[in-house]
Design a protein around this ligand. Structure first.
Ligand SMILES: [Zn+2]
Length: 302
């Protein structure tokens, strides 16, 4: 295990325990989430060494890398994914003139493929072998497994996207700094992450599926996300809600509760739909409380 002595956002050294969470999908081990006393950033600490993280992704439950449509939740996930892909492309097209786009952690390449169809010149990076091979096949282009300072031409991308990826990155500073060298001045960095200030996070507590320890190393809220990227020289343009995530995360959370208590999850799915709905209603009246959010940052033109 690796223990962080400095807060990843403000670099201060004093933390307090925030929540003990179980890995419900793979290892069933319990991990501690701590909160920085200075900036309130929450992160999994201690966490597995980078070389050991791979084994925590080895599960059929980990659907983000699989094309399986087995099971009710998986089916809903894939329908929702199709809808959210359309919304993502609309968003990308609204943010910049068409040019080069890099998706860091591109998974099986569905988002990039839709970008390509929409006229973008696409590049991706994906560490997972299975997902990367599917992406290569789909996009008919080379996808790198990791980022290095020579991966791409400097200042060449109009948009760089990280869809639910930032929270998985061990080498956070190095990765973000390297990515930013590839972004054009005036280019857009798009970050989608879960939000533990959401209603669903509050009601599900340690069962909230988007804590997803130890795969999620960081647990962002608007304040800490904005602070981290401002520290990296970016300006915050806007934040948008991701309304479908509250339903999906609530369903998974109910599944974990049912599994832990040994009861069937039938009523839980109705409760999940209700809580997902309430979460979205609350996020309308109180900005910055959506289950997951998309943050749009801009690299200065100087
Ligand atoms: Zn801090």
């Amino acid at each position: 295990m690796e223990t962080l002595n400095n807060c990843p956002v403000c670099k201060e050294t004093n933390f307090k325990p925030y929540l003990g969470c179980k890995d419900y999908t793979v290892s069933r081990e319990t991990f501690t989430i701590v909160q920085c006393n200075s900036c309130e950033f929450k992160f999994t600490n201690p966490r597995p060494e980078p070389k050991d993280l791979g084994k925590y992704y080895e599960s059929a439950d980990y659907v983000s890398h699989s094309k399986s449509t087995k099971g009710f939740i998986n089916s809903l996930y894939h329908i929702a994914k199709h809808y959210s892909l359309l919304k993502k492309i609309q968003l990308i097209n609204s943010l910049s003139k068409k040019g080069k786009i890099l998706d860091y952690g591109c998974g099986t390449g569905d988002f990039l493929n839709n970008c390509k169809v929409a006229g973008w010149e696409v590049s991706g990076i994906e560490p997972n072998d299975l997902a990367r091979n599917i992406a290569k096949e789909l996009l008919k282009s080379e996808i790198n497994s990791e980022l290095s300072e020579n991966s791409f031409e400097k200042n060449s991308f109009s948009i760089i996207t990280l869809w639910h990826v930032l929270e998985h990155i061990s080498e956070l500073d190095t990765t973000v700094e390297t990515l930013l060298t590839f972004l054009k001045p005036g280019g857009v960095l798009l970050i989608a992450v879960p939000n533990c200030n959401s209603y669903d996070a509050q009601v599900y507590g340690k069962y909230w599926a988007a804590y997803d320890v130890p795969r999620h190393l960081y647990h962002f809220v608007p304040k800490t996300t904005e602070k981290y990227f401002k520290n990296n020289g970016l300006s915050h343009e806007k934040t948008l809600p991701m309304p479908l995530d509250s339903f999906y995360v609530s369903m998974l959370s109910e599944k974990y509760i049912a599994r832990e208590s040994g009861k069937s999850g039938g009523l839980g799915m109705i409760r999940a739909a209700w809580r997902g709905f309430v979460s979205n209603i609350k996020a309308i009246s109180k900005q910055g409380t959506s289950s997951s959010q998309v943050y749009i940052f801009k690299k200065g033109a100087f």
